[in-house]
Design a protein around this ligand. Structure first.
Ligand SMILES: [Fe+2]
Ligand SMILES: [Fe+2]
Length: 530
């Protein structure tokens, strides 16, 4: 086959980001959180190898979906053992950082008794020396912050563990990403490149732009054995497309699934929390990558959970994104890695961090950041924001997973911003236990009682109805319910009609409709104009 042959990447090719053979999400990018998650991966793999049957059974049980169970057959134990062995060698440096973090925590607990902390700098465990500031919090408890931007420039930033895996999507199902490694599969193309590599943009563009096969092979630095795997993923005819620009008079709003909404007006596009299905994936009706415009002017990220700051989709969009907005979080807290730094290290050039009530003017409108309450296990996580997007004389509020526990907050906000035309509210009112995302980062584990009490809950009926009352929208859309099949591997959720999330959101729909207010729980795809 000639290497000068002009080809296209097939439309259903999945580009999965990996970190040390696990599905990459944002906590696997920032050096300290990546190290702590690697330590957790080691724990899960050891648990699987000790009791593989228990994991295999749990992974098949819908009640256990999303639990800490490694989802692979018992007969692949030797491959898990090989990955574990390799991890202990290749991830020795991050694992050293984990021990140093534990050592620092113990040092502060013992020696931070209210007097000056200056003398403790010399006793900070060696790997962390020069990367931390020690201080007391407002309760006079000793703690520390990381110089995160320096850690990205240290040997602890293990970019070499990043990779891309390419394969054709058959169906939507993939094992749950937080607890299952991606074991080597000879039918999949595993490419060792860093996730900020421009080669990823070229690969994505090749879905609708004719590209030299030789150039593609070279850019991915393939071995001879890998060449046939790439060749099987290309075709001579273009299967993907780019959507025509929207030129309508009104604001067009399209629901792409979960918390992903595309707003277009006056030639400007804004998309929230992108998590998008591949083309030709079968199953329920949906918008997919081919339904996106050529340029995305603004990408808004509401918070740093794996279903909202989703690397797989973000990398697919990177070449067409002009500006990304993220909540401002730069405290250096171990639990709250900077989203701006994360995205910059994923190759995004123009990342703007916004704080509560900060407004960014955009052509023909504005984007305002709003306070986001709760849903983070009662931890001080600042990587969270709501947004009001104003375009074409209309305003749309995106409340994502914010749990409206304190209506007075939004009463204050409403006094400042006034009513909105449309509201999107997340109602995953009973979320996962706090340890689900934050457990690997906690130097002192939560008790089971604490863990269950501090769940990552979005708004229930009362909280959502209160938001509706406050902002007086002309339509209400329940979104971010994690029901679409193409994100099951990211959240591991499946509801039944008896699930509290469905019952509470049904109540909101009924409540609004009784007041002649259009309201619907979104699923799959939807289009509205306003
Ligand atoms: Fe969330
Ligand atoms: Fe969510």
């Amino acid at each position: 086959m000639s290497v000068d042959r002009q080809v296209f990447l097939k439309r259903n090719v999945v580009l999965d980001p990996l970190f040390n053979h696990w599905y990459a999400w944002t906590h696997l990018i920032s050096p300290a959180t990546a190290a702590l998650n690697v330590a957790n991966h080691v724990k899960i793999m050891k648990s699987f190898l000790a009791n593989p049957e228990v994991h295999e059974d749990a992974a098949k049980d819908p009640q256990m979906m999303g639990g800490p169970f490694l989802d692979c057959p018992v007969d692949q134990s030797d491959r898990v053992a090989a990955l574990l062995e390799r991890t202990l060698v290749t991830q020795a440096k991050p694992l050293e950082l984990v021990e140093a973090l534990k050592g620092l925590d113990a040092l502060l607990a013992k020696e931070g008794q209210g007097l000056s902390l200056e003398s403790l700098y010399a006793r900070v465990p060696a790997p962390l020396r020069g990367y931390v500031e020690l201080f007391y919090d407002q309760e006079n408890r000793p703690t520390f912050r990381l110089f995160e931007s320096l850690l990205y420039r240290s040997p602890f930033y293990n970019r070499g563990a990043q990779a891309l895996e390419l394969f054709e999507s058959g169906a939507d199902g993939r094992p749950f990403m937080l607890s299952t490694p991606r074991l080597e599969d000879p039918t999949r193309l595993h490419v060792s490149l860093t996730l900020d590599s421009p080669a990823i943009d070229a690969l994505v563009r090749a879905k609708w732009t004719a590209t030299s096969l030789g150039t593609l092979r070279d850019s991915l630095h393939l071995t001879a054995a890998q060449v046939p795997l790439l060749d099987a993923l290309v075709t001579d005819t273009c299967e993907s497309r780019v959507s025509e620009p929207y030129r309508g008079e009104q604001v067009r709003v399209r629901y792409f699934g979960h918390a992903c909404v595309l707003m277009e007006a006056g030639g400007v596009s804004v998309i929230t929390d992108p998590i998008i299905s591949y083309d030709d994936a079968g199953g329920i009706d949906r918008y997919s990558f081919s339904d996106l415009p050529e340029t995305l002017d603004y990408v808004l990220i509401t918070h740093n959970h794996q279903d909202h700051a989703q690397i797989e989709t973000l990398l697919h969009l990177r070449h067409r994104v002009k500006t990304v907005l993220v909540p401002r979080n730069d405290s250096g807290s171990l639990l709250d890695p900077s989203l701006k730094l994360t995205l910059e290290h994923l190759g995004f050039r123009n990342v703007v961090a916004v704080d509560d009530l900060q407004t960014l003017d955009i052509p023909g409108g504005s984007i305002m950041a709003l306070p986001f309450l709760g849903e983070h296990g009662d931890l001080l996580i600042r990587a969270k924001t709501g947004y009001i997007v104003s375009m074409g004389g209309r305003s749309v509020l995106f409340a994502a997973d914010s749990r409206n526990m304190e209506p007075e907050l939004y009463a204050h906000v409403h006094r400042w911003v006034g009513d909105v035309d449309m509201m999107f509210v997340g109602m995953e009112c009973e979320g996962a236990p706090g340890s689900w995302v934050y457990g690997p980062l906690m130097l002192r584990p939560l008790t089971r009682k604490m863990d269950q009490a501090r769940r990552l809950n979005g708004s229930g009926f009362e909280q959502a109805a209160s938001l509706v009352k406050q902002f007086n929208p002309r339509s209400v859309w329940v979104y971010a319910m994690a029901q679409e099949p193409w994100l099951r591997h990211v959240l591991g959720l499946a509801y039944t009609p008896e699930s509290i999330q469905i019952i509470e959101s049904d109540r909101l729909v009924k409540h609004c409709r009784e007041r002649e207010l259009p309201c619907e729980r979104l699923y799959g795809r939807s289009e509205m104009v306003l």
